[in-house]
Design a protein around this ligand. Sequence first.
Ligand code: SF4
Length: 288
Amino acid sequence: MRDLGICNLDLYITGHCNYQCEYCYGEHDHCPDMTIDTYTKALAFAKHIGAQNVQLCGGEPLVCRHFKEFTLQAKENGLGVVLRTNGYYLPEYAEFIANNCVWVGVSLDGLPAANDLMRPAKANISAEEKFARPIEGIRKLKEANPEIRIILASLASKCNSQHIPALAAYIRENQLPIDRWKIYEFICDKFRSVENKAKYEMSEADFKKLTEQMPATVNGAQIIFQSAHTENVGANCLIVRQNGDIKLSGVHYGNILTDSFDDIVDKLVSGNVLTVISNNKKGTYGEQ
Ligand code: SF4
């Protein structure tokens, strides 16, 4: 084992998603689910680098057919599970997630109209439903397990940043039980975010203005901002893709199926990404 000081290893367990956000920098939605063999190897890699958690993301992890199996397998291996979801299927899965995950990140980019503008779904789902289901899911998670930690994730862009303060007011007035709220400035990174850069990119000054309009906390939950102008912001998560590749900001660090873990670690250590990843994860999930 070689402890890299990274608490969460991100796993893209599927490329499929029920949404089709135009700013998505997740995975191509034709990418298949991670296989059980690759996932098993990814868990071994997580333990090799001293990660405490695996973070299930994609795509939408709740449409991955192995989601429950993967979650239980991580637990059996002594790893915590962090789920990142758009929240649409949370109500159905809340009981299972509440009992088997340590953190849940739920994405909402504003009140119903602003959120709908940012997060079109593939099927015909109303703006109200796209907002109400994640909210219902958050409440169900906390009812089933008050200890589960919930982080709300919002993407701020030219299209919706002016509506984010209204979401803060909603959270406060409705006593939504969240533990943290992270607001990400749009970054032009990969996938659809590159194609739609002109529509979403905001100025540094406008993002700063948003941070100044927002309170420091809401319902006791700290609000964290991630500027697009932070160094290496596109490589602030250590991600294993469905095919086992580890690739950050265009640099290929190896493949967990075909390369030795030590070779991958050597390459990671020789670059300058580990400090950025470690600080990002501690800042997002660590004690504040
Ligand atoms: S941003 Fe998230 S919810 Fe939207 S299409 Fe990408 S993976 Fe799906």
